[in-house]
Ligand binder design. Sequence first.
Ligand SMILES: Cc1cc2nc3c(=O)[nH]c(=O)nc-3n(C[C@H](O)[C@H](O)[C@H](O)COP(=O)(O)OP(=O)(O)OC[C@H]3O[C@@H](n4cnc5c(N)ncnc54)[C@H](O)[C@@H]3O)c2cc1C
Length: 478
Amino acid sequence: MAKVVVVGTGPAGLSAAEAAATAGHEVTLVGMGHLVGGKACSWRDDKGRVVEHGQHIVAGFYDEMRALLHRSGVDMRATSVSGRMEFIIWEDRDETAHHLHFTPSTPRTLFEGLRYTGMTLGEKLAFGAVFSRGMIELAAGVPEHLDDLCLTAWCAERGLPASMMATNAFRCTREAQLNWPGEISAYSMLQAIRIMGRDYNTAEARFPAGGMSEIWWERVAARIQSLGSTIIRLRKLTGVEVEGGRVTALRFASPIPHPPSCPHQGPVPTGPEERMTDFDAVILALPAPCLQAVLPAEALQVPGLSGIPRITTVAPLAMQVWHRASVTEGPRTVVCGLPEPLGFVVDNKPNYPHLRNDPSFGASLHFVGQEAGFEDMDDESLLQQSLAGVRRIPGWEGFDREGVIDFTVVRSRGPHRRYWNSEPGSLVFKPFTRTPVHGLYLAGDWIRSPLDFPCMENAVRTGRQAVAALHDDLRGVS
Ligand SMILES: Cc1cc2nc3c(=O)[nH]c(=O)nc-3n(C[C@H](O)[C@H](O)[C@H](O)COP(=O)(O)OP(=O)(O)OC[C@H]3O[C@@H](n4cnc5c(N)ncnc54)[C@H](O)[C@@H]3O)c2cc1C
């Protein structure tokens, strides 16, 4: 049995702590917020309403995440709603909203694709040719050298017409990863498409039924505690000490608590530091900029860790609007192709049991995107622009300013909320779970893994990988 310290209470840190505790280690999990969940967290605003850090979807292939929740006593059926989606894609080129239906049946979805009105027949044929060629090329896996290319170049090389790459349907594939104004790595995006495609029929995607921290992550934290581990909240890692190639101490300080109703705000000021030395292994499950801030300069020069300062990240942006107008009957409509910076919106009202039957709210619109280039836009302008964007969709005309009951803009500029930017050429900078520093392991959605796609499932998998690497090291297996 080893003394293991896990820092970071996002999905990766929770997963690592749970795996280590299950294996019988003495675990201390340290997080700097009030709530657990990291970037996949939720909280209550001053009026008691659930606010999400970002709209999250649990895709069909999230086996490890579902298993973690299951072990924690979460009833997935009762705490989530079907993610079967109808996409409405607004196209600027014909100023029309086009509908694309996704169903759990692949042939049916292909049929729906053929009926999709947002592309010409010629574009659909070209897309079909590129898609089939891509499937053959990538049957054995997505080669890593594709990280040197952007998705647009990869598609262009295979004959996708430029007119199609100028559509919002194409733009959204990149924006779904919050990846703009730059390009997205072909490796990263094709890896995601391949994995989602492979598991398309195995299980349906789901949306959380209101507040992931409450309904899911706090249950995982309770399980970790029930396994005898200690969870310390409101403690920020401020430094890692490395001596003779081994991690020897961690420095922590108590951040001045932010109001529980705005955990996304940063930077978090800290009080006096305390040192922790009583451990055998450390698993750091932090976003790249936070890791860079705590690792000593010498460690950041060691091959395997030296790429970390070259990793770029973006600031997620979200806005929740509670509105009198009503729009969706089910939880399944996602509007894409809205003006940046908030390119996507989902109506969460049917997702939330406490809102679903409340007639005073018509809709709970959750807009999501990232801030680059729009930092100067104030909250009111974001609201006005986003409402004007959705009013163009037939059936959504009622979303006027007057009908807004309340709205919350969530700006996540702090390093603890930043999201890995999967730009071309970045793969080589990402570290692995096992580091060259003895006793130091890494986890997180941006750490290298067979999945290599920044999502909750990858975070959960890397948490378990870190514990597996620790076990190998304890047994002397390299
Ligand atoms: C807007 C948005 C939408 C998204 N949509 C989806 C989706 O639909 N599906 C999906 O699967 N994923 C989605 N994601 C991605 C998902 O949120 C992340 O992949 C996941 O949260 C990563 O988990 P993690 O544990 O690696 O990191 P994080 O969730 O970032 O957790 C890191 C933790 O470390 C803590 N920390 C940082 N520095 C310190 C320090 N010095 N001391 C102590 N603690 C520290 C942070 O406070 C945080 O709790 C989305 C993300 C965003 C931003």
